[in-house]
Design a protein around this ligand. Sequence first.
Ligand code: GLN
Ligand code: ZN
Length: 759
Amino acid sequence: MTTVTNLGFPRIGAKRELKRALEAFWSGESSARSLQDTASGLRERHWQLQREAGVDVPPSNDFSFYDQVLDAAFLFDAIPARYRALADAEPLAGYFAMARGVQRDGYDLHALEMTKWLDTNYHYLVPELQAGQGFALRGDKPLAEYRQAKALGIETRPVLIGPVTFLLLSKTTDGSRALDLLDALLPVYVQLLGQLKDAGAQWVQLDEPTLVQDLDEATRAAFTHAYAVLAKAARPKVLVATYFGALDDNLPLAASLPVDGLHVDLVRAPEQLDAVIKALPPGRVLSAGLVNGRNIWRTHLDNALVLARYAHGHVGSDALWLAPSCSLLHSPVDLDLEKKLDDELHSWLAFSRQKLQELRVLADAIDAPARAEDALAHSRACIESRRRSPRVHKAAVAARLAALTAADAQRHSPYPQRHLAQAGALQLPRFPTTTIGSFPQTLEVREARASNKSGKLSDVDYDAFLATQTEHCVRVQEQIGLDVLVHGEFERNDMVEYFGEQLDGFAFTKNGWVQSYGSRCVKPPVIFGDVTRPQPMTVRWSQYAQSLTDRPMKGMLTGPVTVLQWSFVRDDQSRADTCRQIALALRDEVLDLEAAGIGVIQIDEPAIREGLPLRRAQWREYLDWAVEAFRISASGVRDATQIHTHMCYSEFNDIIHSVAAMDADVISIETSRSRMELLDAFVRFQYPNEIGPGVYDIHSPRVPDKEEMLALLRKAAEVLRPEQIWVNPDCGLKTRGWKETRAALEALVAAARQLREET
Ligand code: GLN
Ligand code: ZN
């Protein structure tokens, strides 16, 4: 019989029960005991749900209070010295201190660094390691969770991050090479595998997704060495799991590891199936990732079945497992809870639970075809309805895309000419000051939005409220003396959702939550169809704000790549095409803003960097279409209209060519924490256009004073031409309070003024 298995299940809970329990615990409203109870209940519920969906072997140890990489670091006692006293005294408090920092009882510890898990929007905590450090087993989380399931009569496969990926995704604080710690780490894996075997586990899953990345020889050797050591241990059978791409040049390595099974992602890389089958030694289990763990679409089962049958024909029932492409951590839990989506759209989707049911259908189709017939027919009908739907395909959009020419992605004149036209039109002082867009989203603002949404506050009253907020924001900026103003973005819930709600081709779920980090979840919009803009989206508020002041008002848009990157996207056309459609809708918005008298327009693209493919060889292609999409959205305007872009959380060294190719007149970036280090890439490249290097770290309630910002600006002025420099914070101010915002911006303006005098 063909086995259905799963690599990981979302732990947050269909209704974000874990989030609630965590936050109640952190705020002191509930006990550790009650948090443990919620966790244990969720695990039990999720195992049962997976079994009912038809999974033969669900995973265990995929649960986490915060993050699975942090769990591993904690389990291996990779605890940096600053947390150790607390972790020894109170393990749970120590664990959460590593996750979120702590300020109490004489402890003042900041959290571990957080970064994106490969190319996903999930953030993991980066273990901090040091040359010569030791590892030891601490606690028994994987064992305890295995036993919990076993007591319920469910045999699970414990999941651990693999030793090489663990080290590759860690950082060292002393400049040493993390991989040098491999020999110190392996005995802990050996010990843990032995314990799992003694507890009765038949298989363990070691996640090694870095096998789909470019690896140097030393790293490859580390894989070979690590698995040779593990092979000698008394252990359960080992499944090495790879996902998010093709093994490609690492396939011989992956296939040569002395383990018992290999999981491959056949959604991202179906073309690797044949090569994988040929490379795997006889008897090795092939876990075929056939259902997309990263998106919300119903699977094209007929296509998946072609792959499944092919694999079955070559490796046979005993050695074939069917699985999602990766852990379902990146998918929402259960589509059945979506009661508000229309039936048609609903029928096109599948969340975690439905994805597992799809795998069951595939397995049945192989083992007992008659049993799968109805389900396959139903699925086929849904796929067909989506393929033919006029809600998805709009002739006008296709025609517009087809008619795009290079000229559409090209401003009328080169930057130097535009600079002159803009200088004439805007009459700004040297070192002009501005902000990135949002001003404090106070409790009052959020409450007004919520009551409007629930119907308690009428649209008229809500509008009046927003107008008051906007006017107040404009007046404050005038008083502070900023040069280019913003309206404050009080009407926006979120920088992508706000646009998605106004564009056709987007849908929103009620419970489509996906964990972003810790207790934080996001609910990405679903881009299901060709994107069009039925009417202007931002013109009204920008125009209103401009009417209140003589100073230039900056229009504020989210860029096409960021909208794409932070949504669930279509799987029936390329990302590039979806991105171009969004770009065209934004282009119309840009032109409407210009026509309404807005002379400065910012198109935010904070997500460009995170869209980079895992393999370097694919960077060029991605960056080309991403830059092109930005340029399509920006290039319709006159020379005198100034286009800004904004990118935060970004390293620029290896993408500076593309950032320059965006050809925004002004770019603002986040540089204050790195003390202007992030500016180096621009300097080395001799970036020609204007730059606002952030001088105010908006992630902290701390108010920087004038001298501090002036020092940063002087640093920038040493390496940039004076007429290039703008003065602004790192990012939007929505998470800050008014008092600190005002004080910091006053100091920022004072710093710019002094720089004007000095230079
Ligand atoms: N304009 C947005 C704001 O100020 C930009 C947010 C972002 O870059 N993440 O909030
Ligand atoms: Zn930002």
